[in-house]
Design a protein around this ligand. Structure first.
Ligand code: EPU
Length: 420
């Protein structure tokens, strides 16, 4: 398994460009299964999870070609195999995003249950009950969910018990081809949901209210091809902003949508960081002294759980006590022990982490345990004195495009040690 060697401390400085959003690209790729015509997609990031999704679509019958300018064309004249096998789902839970599109287009789908995941149980119960409401027959056997629909899905009113991002996207993609009207209540309001809805509208879907808690869909009989550009990755932008704040740096993050990060940026500002929004550029300059701030993760537009680990790394350098409460996932503090190995003073009590700062960080051997935990270790390593070795960086490769190259461009001393 590859490792990173990072020598710090380095105040990260300079310019960086974000990539397209991984969590938008995943459902957008799945949406391509809904039409027999080609869909052209720009700014799909080259990260491991996207490679997995591409393999899954090809397994379902899609032909995917890449143009010289990097755009992808996804063309599925016919769904040949409406299945998401265990081997793919076990490495990427978001594979369940093909469930809705496959049932809507092919009338049946067989998708492996995701099983346990490092950041919590992460069930897909609402995808299943939602599709049932839309008229699909759902059965579970041999570790797979099987969905069949005799004729066509029919519109319904579905209220999510709790907010789910991929659940909202999955049901939205199913409902666009259902007969009649579907109303999704208590829907996720994440920018990635809006992005998928925008592609679907370009494909001929009739959707209102994406980005609010109530989404109304008037089903249509068929969808056509379209061309779409994925939104910038707000979590990547937030990770670089945290890196600037933590390392005493000064970074201009280009090609981002600061309005997608408002809650996070507000917390950075409260901590004393100089954050300026200059159109699609975010200019983040570290504070001479950081103050501690409390954070509760929430669904959008609240503070994103996907930035909790990175913000915690920043808080290790803030004066005073910071309380960080994780409200979305029950097991998302795996970075705590690793940050502690680097000198941080953090105690966990249930869903809450208590960080006392500032504490000097020193390089150590640490293990990346999930995507965002890895990102927090990478930025902490740039603030720590001496050498940090981060093991299992395949986690970071799942979601950050060219991370070493981008960090090197900001002055980081980072190298990848490839597994023999
Ligand atoms: N949940 C249920 N039942 C369901 C679905 C979800 O109980 O049927 C629970 C989950 O267990 C969790 C909560 O609802 O406690 C929210 O989960 P959600 O379904 O919203 O998460 P997700 O859709 O699986 C997406 C992102 C995650 C991000 C979360 C929360 C994608 C591909 N993944 O996951 O991104 O953390 O929303 O914002 O969009 C990451 O990129 O590192 C990542 C984990």
């Amino acid at each position: 398994m590859d490792k990173f060697r990072i020598i710090g401390p380095t105040p990260l400085q300079g310019d960086v460009h974000t990539s397209g959003a991984k969590n938008s690209a995943l459902p957008v790729l799945a949406a391509c299964l809904l039409t027999s015509e080609p869909v052209i997609l720009h700014r799909i990031p080259r990260v491991r999870d996207i490679g997995t999704m591409r393999r899954l679509l090809q397994h379902n019958g899609a032909a995917i070609t890449e143009r010289d300018d990097g755009a992808l064309t996804v063309h599925t004249p016919e769904v040949t195999q409406p299945e998401a096998p265990y081997d793919l789902v076990k490495t990427m839970r978001a594979s369940s995003l093909v469930l809705g599109p496959l049932v809507a287009r092919a009338g049946r789908a067989r998708v492996s249950l995701p099983g346990g995941c490092a950041i919590g149980a992460r069930p897909i119960g609402m995808h299943v009950t939602g599709l049932e409401q839309l008229g699909a027959r759902m059965e579970q056997s041999h570790g797979y969910i099987e969905a069949t629909v005799p004729d066509r899905l029919r519109g319904c009113l579905y209220t999510f018990d709790r907010i789910t991002v991929t659940g909202t996207e999955d049901l939205l993609m199913a409902a666009v081809l259902a007969e009649g009207e579907t109303i999704l209540e208590n829907a996720a309001r994440e920018p990635e949901v809006v992005d998928v809805a925008e592609l679907l509208i370009k494909m001929g879907a009739r959707i209102e209210g994406a980005g609010t808690s109530t989404i109304r869909i008037q089903g249509v009989a068929r969808l056509h091809g379209a061309e779409h550009t994925i939104i910038p990755d707000r979590i990547e932008a937030g990770t670089f902003a945290a890196a600037a704040a933590l390392t005493g740096g000064d970074i201009r993050i280009h090609h981002c949508r600061p309005e997608h990060l408002s809650a996070f940026l507000a917390k950075l500002r409260t901590a004393g960081v100089d954050v300026r929004e200059e159109g699609s550029t975010l200019h983040v300059k570290a504070a001479r002294r950081l103050s501690s701030v409390d954070v509760d993760t929430q669904e959008h537009p609240g503070f994103a759980t996907d930035l909790q680990a990175q913000f915690m790394a920043v808080m290790t350098q803030a004066e005073g006590i910071s309380l960080i409460t994780e409200r979305i996932f029950e097991n998302r503090f795996m970075h705590v022990l690793e940050l502690a190995r680097m000198g941080a003073n953090i105690r966990v009590e249930g869903q809450r982490a208590i960080i006392a700062g500032p504490r000097r960080l020193t390089g150590a051997q640490v293990i990346a345990s999930d995507l965002r935990a890895s990102a927090s270790l990478v930025i902490a390593a740039n603030a720590a004195e001496g050498e940090t070795i981060i093991d299992r960086v395949y986690h970071i490769d799942r979601g950050y495009e060219k991370i070493e190259e981008k960090l090197r461009g900001l002055g980081a001393r980072i190298e990848r040690i490839e597994a023999k």
